[in-house]
Structures are given as structure tokens and as C-alpha cells.
Design a protein around this ligand. Structure first.
Ligand SMILES: C[S@@+](CC[C@H](N)C(=O)[O-])C[C@H]1O[C@@H](n2cnc3c(N)ncnc32)[C@H](O)[C@@H]1O
Length: 263
């Protein structure tokens, strides 16, 4: 099994649990888009959105409920797409659809141009080729559209995820690593952790910026934050519902956001 196939299998083990988790959250009216994303993305009313790595569709549905004209979610895993469709149907959300594809193959499999290409919260490190990712985003953007990404800050992702909870910064994952990091477990944020081999590619800020620039995109902004949405890090919760590490507040970026437009 190659690395992408291994990731497909691993993520597929979580699909049903994620569907039940997010369905419950929507029915309780407790599911919201990441508060930083919500603030930055602005008014999406009437926009067509391509949502990359949509998992079981929670954020695609949240974007659709904000009044987007249509949201198309894309994910590698057949069961994620199946449960995303089911979740949209259960919730009566019609302006959303889902397609199954490896993002690395999306240009060969799908046609269309969108007002917004969107990806967030634990997405980009699952992709092995950053330059192809950049070309893919550009390919699906309308000339007056924009690309938006919000994800883990790679500097934060370099440190030991357990020790950091005590404010200890121990460099565990080389920032400049171009080989995939191997893990034998996955999940834990909307399901139990499951045993399954998976591969994650570290990205750097320069790889990200250069991939977008080389694909013909202009960077409108790059933001860095010392707090993040629940599930992405942190041990304490602030008044806005964002998580942070008390000993590292104001000292370490946990997440970044970037907006880019066609040049
Ligand atoms: C942490 S989840 C992202 C969740 C996202 N924040 C959301 O909107 O719910 C990562 C997702 O990336 C998907 N994925 C991993 N590798 C992929 C690939 N090569 N192409 C498309 N999707 C991929 C996984 O199936 C998983 O659903």
C-alpha cells in the first residue's frame, strides 16, 4: 500500500464516528466554523466554494448555511463522501455537494471555476506535493476569486505534542523534513484514536508561500495566532472559544491563515 492509500484507509476508519459526532453537534446547534476563519472569511453569501479535504462535510455544510450559492466538498475517502452526503441530507442542506478525489488528482477528475477555494484545520500536511497543490488551487479559481487557508503553524507542529502541554518546547519533528512522518494511530478529535498507519508531510512557511507564488497567486495576507480552534492544540480556553497554552501565550504561533488572489 502506498502512502496515499494508507492515509485513505486510515481516515476511512474514522468516517462513521465523525458523521455521528458532527450530526450530534449540528442537531444541538453547537457546531460552528472555526471562530478565526469565520472572522476572516467575511461574507460568503452568493459565492461558489470549493472546499478541499472536507472530511465528512461539517465545514462544507457550515459554509453552505452561511448563504454560499453552492459548496463542493472534496475528500480522498469514499466513506467521508458518503457520510458527508448523508449529513447534508439529514440536516436538509441542499446547496452542498461532495466528490471523491485525491487533491493531487483533482485537476484530471473535476471541472469548474469557483469564487473561493477553501481549506482548513488539519488539511495541508496530508498532501505530498506542495507545488501541485498550488497549481490545483489556481486552476479552480475564477480570475476574481480567492484562495483561503487556515491551518496548523508548521513551527508549532515541530514540537513534541505531549511535552508542549506543560509548556516544554522539545523539537521532535524536523521543520525542514521532506520525508513523510509516519504514525501508527489517527484521530482523536471527533472520534476515538484508531490504530492505522498514516503519513504526514511537514510543510514550511516558505514552501507554502513559494508554491502559491509560483502558481500565479498574490498573497493578500499571512496571519499568525497564538491560539487556535479546539482540536488543533492548546490546554486552556479563552472567552472567544479559542484554545491556548498558558505558558506559551504570546510566544509561539499555533495556527496561520493566508488569503491569496490570482495575479
Ligand atoms: C483533519 S481532516 C480535515 C478536516 C477539515 N478541517 C474539515 O473541513 O472537516 C483531513 C482530511 O483530509 C483528507 N485527505 C487526506 N489526504 C487527502 C488527499 N490526498 N486528497 C484529498 N483529501 C485528503 C482526509 O480524508 C481527511 O478527511
Amino acid at each position: 500500500m502506498n502512502q496515499i492509500e494508507a492515509n485513505k484507509h486510515a481516515w476511512g476508519l474514522l468516517s462513521e464516528d465523525h458523521y455521528h459526532h458532527f450530526k450530534k453537534r449540528f442537531l444541538e446547534d453547537s457546531y460552528r466554523l472555526n471562530p478565526i476563519v469565520l472572522k476572516e472569511i467575511g461574507d460568503v453569501a452568493g459565492k461558489t466554494i470549493l472546499h478541499l479535504q472536507c472530511n465528512t462535510g461539517a465545514d462544507s455544510i457550515a459554509l453552505a448555511k452561511l448563504g454560499a450559492k453552492s459548496v463542493t466538498g472534496v475528500d480522498l475517502v469514499p466513506d467521508n463522501v458518503k457520510f458527508a452526503k448523508q449529513l447534508a441530507e439529514d440536516l436538509g442542506v441542499e446547496n452542498v455537494d461532495f466528490i471523491e478525489s485525491d487533491i493531487m488528482e483533482l485537476m484530471d477528475k473535476h471541472e469548474g471555476k469557483y469564487d473561493i477555494v477553501f481549506t482548513s484545520d488539519g488539511a495541508i500536511g496530508w498532501l505530498p506535493d506542495f507545488n501541485k497543490w498550488g497549481r490545483t488551487l489556481r486552476h479552480f479559481l475564477k480570475e476574481d476569486g480567492y484562495f483561503y487557508v487556515h491551518d496548523g503553524h508548521p513551527f508549532f507542529l515541530s514540537f513534541d505534542e505531549e511535552k508542549i502541554k506543560d509548556g516544554i518546547l522539545d523539537l521532535k519533528y524536523p521543520y525542514f523534513d521532506s520525508e513523510a512522518d509516519f504514525s501508527s494511530s489517527i484521530g482523536g478529535y471527533a472520534s476515538q484514536t484508531k490504530e492505522a498507519n498514516n503519513y504526514y508531510w511537514m510543510y514550511t512557511i516558505s514552501k507554502l508561500i513559494n508554491a502559491l507564488s509560483q502558481a500565479g497567486l498574490f498573497i493578500e495576507y499571512l496571519q499568525e495566532y497564538d491560539r487556535c480552534a479546539p482540536g488543533m492544540g492548546g490546554t486552556a480556553l479563552d472567552d472567544e472559544g479559542l484554545c491556548y497554552y498558558p505558558q506559551l501565550e504570546g510566544k509561539l504561533p499555533l495556527v496561520f491563515s493566508l488569503k491569496a488572489t490570482p495575479r
